[in-house]
Design a protein around this ligand. Structure first.
Ligand code: FAD
Length: 296
């Protein structure tokens, strides 16, 4: 049976697919059905069929900011990582949502466009970066995004301006309203290639020095509470190196939890709970998670 009337080629569709292979942290149960669309028409078809058959839909990008629970995701999981074209027009770049934000920042460099240097080491997709309003070293997506095209859960396509996205610290309207981000338009400025390139090198050096990039992780687990650094709070609770199952609080950067040895989602979530409790007990500060927890 092909509920998609053969409009989604079978090679783009996988049943009972382990999702750990699609996340940076290498954790997650199976998707009932995982689809890798490469065209807008295919995404429209998936949404339409999902609506007719009342099948829940979940969207993932590069999986660098998600923990998928051990029982996996019911219904259809749409991975947008094969929907990844990037176009440049003068000072604008339009990227499909599955394009690596790192590739978009490299294309900006190739075209002597400045503004996306901060994103040169963020390991997610363009859609995921907009969803999270990703940022680093003083820059954020909100500074450079102009507009985006989205699909609503009814399959309608609409455009949205930066103001309408309500971008805040690791926050956006997309975290509340379940749109599928299709394309993102960035407005950059003409710059100097050597300056852009050396800024990127400097930020890459800083990132490699501070982050445990040699282990699978999902980046910073918690949002920064106003006036504090998460890493310092966790360090002062003497929690670095603490392990639950295969999940460990990084000794290099306390804000990261690494998958040290075949961790499960449950290990991760238990460790998150422990950190929240210890930080709350010691400092009376409630840590909010930045990462997205998906599935059952
Ligand atoms: P995913 O993890 O796949 O998804 C994240 C959320 O976005 C999910 O809820 C998903 O449903 C939703 N989503 C994804 N794509 C779409 C779409 N097209 N339409 C609708 N919803 C969508 N983040 C920073 O901000 N700054 C950093 O410096 C940084 N450094 C990191 C370093 C490491 C080593 C790692 C592992 C992560 C880091 N992150 C950082 C976190 C992460 O890379 C970013 O949040 C990234 O933007 C997430 O993109 P993604 O494609 O991986 O999203």
């Amino acid at each position: 049976m092909n509920i998609f009337d053969n409009q989604i080629p079978l090679e783009k569709l996988k049943l009972n697919e382990p999702l750990k292979d699609y996340t940076y942290v290498r954790i997650g149960g199976k998707a009932d059905m995982l689809i890798h669309p490469t065209a807008k028409e295919e995404i429209i078809k998936i949404v339409e069929i999902g609506k007719i058959h009342q099948i829940p839909l979940t969207v993932i990008g590069k999986g660098s900011n998600i923990i998928i629970k051990d029982s996996g995701i019911r219904g259809i999981t749409i991975s947008l990582s094969h929907f990844h074209q990037i176009k440049v027009s003068e000072d604008k770049i339009i990227a499909q949502s599955g394009a690596n934000i790192i590739d978009v920042s490299r294309i900006a460099l190739d075209n002597t466009l400045t503004g996306l240097e901060f994103a040169c080491g963020i390991p997610g997709s363009t859609g995921g970066a907009l969803y999270m309003n990703a940022g680093a070293y003083g820059g954020q997506i909100a500074d450079v995004v102009e507009s985006a095209s989205l699909m609503t859960k009814n399959g309608e396509i609409m455009n949205i301006t930066r103001e309408e996205m309500k971008l805040g610290y690791r926050n956006s309207i997309f975290r509340r309203d379940k749109y599928i981000i299709l394309e993102v338009e960035f407005k950059l400025e003409k710059g100097n290639k050597d300056v852009i390139s050396s800024k990127m090198k400097e930020l890459t050096f800083k990132r490699e020095a501070k982050q445990p990039l040699e282990y699978p992780s999902c980046g910073s687990v918690f949002k920064r509470p106003e006036g504090h650094y998460v890493g310092k709070l966790i360090q002062e609770c003497n929690l670095q190196g603490t392990r639950i199952g295969g999940a460990e609080i990084s000794t290099k950067h306390a804000g990261f939890i690494i998958n040290a040895n075949n961790a499960t989602a449950e290990d991760y979530l238990e460790l998150i709970k422990l950190i929240k409790k210890r930080v709350h007990d010691k400092f009376n500060i409630y840590l909010e998670t930045e990462i997205n927890i998906l599935g059952e």
